[in-house]
Design a protein around this ligand. Structure first.
Ligand code: NI
Ligand code: MN
Length: 227
């Protein structure tokens, strides 16, 4: 069964698997590189890694329009309930849950997670999504951490990692992260959205190929990777 991952710009991705559309960190309104709008994107499920505005993004509007199930940490789900989102599933770091589209496990991430209105968004997370097509890891916003070696024991088909530097790992640490994670394919995100996080991803791609066992896959915005 095919699982398809489409980059929607910044840290926003769509995963299509088991007949469902899963959005990760759907940030479109105010995203200078977004090519889709919160008004017409299709979602059955939304997964939010942490509370920052460039990740929570349009979750409230999309969830209200589509009725999508939102999955996030307990604090963000509580906040979403207060915003009028009723269909939401709280989880937390280290916990797994089997949904009809696959199994979700939240992991640690080293970052912040305050919500756009200043509310406490709990701890930031990464996500392991076990699909029919393979195990996917979305690191969320994070710096490098040694426990990525443990996540590397999860037989990852794909790792999606930030490379933009300044707010997250930059290229050098993303190479080390890929060595720890040992995915078959690594996809970069969280770069080139704004000048502060511009990166030479062609150079990054050459380094991944030379210094790790993973295959680098730099998607264009709107482009998909199938597995
Ligand atoms: Ni962030
Ligand atoms: Mn971010």
């Amino acid at each position: 069964m095919t699982t398809r991952i489409t980059w929607l710009g910044h840290s926003a991705f769509q995963v299509e698997t088991s007949g469902k559309s899963i959005l990760i960190d759907p940030f479109f309104e105010g995203n200078p590189v977004a090519q889709v709008s919160a008004d017409d994107v299709n979602a059955d499920v939304i997964i939010v890694t942490h509370g920052h505005g460039d990740h929570v993004g349009d979750t409230v509007a999309i969830a209200k329009r589509t009725g999508a199930l939102v999955i996030s940490n307990f604090e963000i789900v509580t906040w979403l309930h207060n915003q009028g989102v009723e269909h939401a599933h709280p989880m937390h770091i280290g916990g797994s849950h089997a949904f009809d589209f696959g199994t979700v496990k939240l992991t640690i991430a080293h970052h912040g997670s305050s919500l756009p209105d200043g509310s406490d968004g709990g701890n930031p997370t990464g996500v392991i999504l076990k699909t029919a097509g393979g195990n996917l890891y979305f690191a969320g916003d994070t710096g490098l951490f040694g426990d990525m070696k443990l996540i590397g024991e999860e037989n990852l088909a794909v790792a999606v990692i930030p490379v933009g530097d300044n707010f997250t790992m930059g290229p050098d640490d993303s190479i080390r992260a890929t060595q720890f994670l040992q995915p078959k394919t690594v996809i970069p995100c969280h770069f080139d959205t704004w000048p502060l996080i511009e990166q030479d991803v062609d150079d990054w791609s050459r380094r991944i190929a030379a210094e790790t066992t993973a295959r680098p896959t730099v998607l264009q915005i709107g482009e998909c990777f199938e597995l």
